[in-house]
Write a protein that binds this ligand. Structure first.
Ligand code: 5HY
Length: 243
């Protein structure tokens, strides 16, 4: 089985870290290809960053379709371009936020989210509402760390995340915590040991759900709104998307 894990920002070191975490939990026989768009934001910390990164996600899915990819994972906690990506393939496409929400509600009745910046917290809140998980989530918290601090060992991002998780454990009356950034893919075990609560990490959650769907031959439905986009001409810098 071939799973393409797409990091929607363009920071290669984060893509490699995400790929390594994905391969670590993948079943024997599952090959992970971790990729990121050539063009786009080095980190996604705003609605504008999200909008631009969604085009990059679509480009990576189009590349994956030429390689016979069996499933896709969008490894950014805003699930940027998820529905557009599903239109482009028959394979299942998992967003790490959606995957994490599903698993968190199977092991706890209430969870909190710990993300990077409070300004992107609203994006997680919008996803909770649109996916129907808002009533399961107590709080969307932020460690107030820029996304790229997760790439800088000196930035003590881990300590800031653990502190916020301990506050959530003490104050939110929850059973689990969802990590709110793809760049936290390699931190779940350390945080779990420091906090003493189940920690749901989206990249690994999405990889396991992608394997499950693909092995059950449950791909994206082409009946209805996720059918392939109607062929049309694109102009200017998007001319290459014409079909
Ligand atoms: C992410 N940004 O998962 C989001 C996290 C966030 O570049 N990868 C990013 O802060 O919204």
């Amino acid at each position: 089985m071939l799973i393409r894990v797409i990091n929607p920002n363009t920071t290669r070191s984060m893509t490699e870290k995400i790929g390594a975490s994905a391969q670590r939990v993948a079943a024997p026989g599952t090959r992970i290809v971790a990729s990121n768009p050539d063009s786009g934001p080095v980190s996604i910390e705003s609605h504008f960053d999200e909008a631009i990164s969604a085009v990059g996600v679509a480009d990576e899915v189009r590349k994956g379709e030429k390689e016979g990819t069996d499933a896709y994972v969008i490894a950014c906690f805003g699930d940027p371009g998820l529905l557009a990506a599903r239109e482009l393939t028959r394979a299942p496409v998992l967003g790490i936020a959606e995957a994490a929400f599903h698993l968190a509600t199977m092991i706890s009745t209430r969870f909190s989210i710990v993300t990077t910046l409070s300004r992107t917290g609203i994006i997680a809140e919008h996803l909770l509402q649109s996916y129907g998980f808002a009533h399961h989530c107590r709080r969307v918290r932020a460690a107030e760390i820029p996304v790229l601090d997760l790439e800088d060992d000196g930035a003590c991002a881990l300590n800031r995340i653990v502190e916020e998780c301990l506050r959530a454990k003490a104050e939110d009356n929850i059973g689990a915590i969802v990590l709110g950034c793809g760049g936290m893919a390699d931190l779940a075990d350390e945080i779990r040991d420091a906090v003493g609560l189940p920690i749901v990490e989206g990249v690994t959650a999405a990889v396991k759900l992608a394997e499950t769907l693909a092995s059950l031959k449950l791909g994206t439905s082409k009946h209805g709104d996720l059918a392939f986009p109607p062929p049309k001409r694109f102009t200017g810098r998007f001319e290459h998307l014409s079909s």
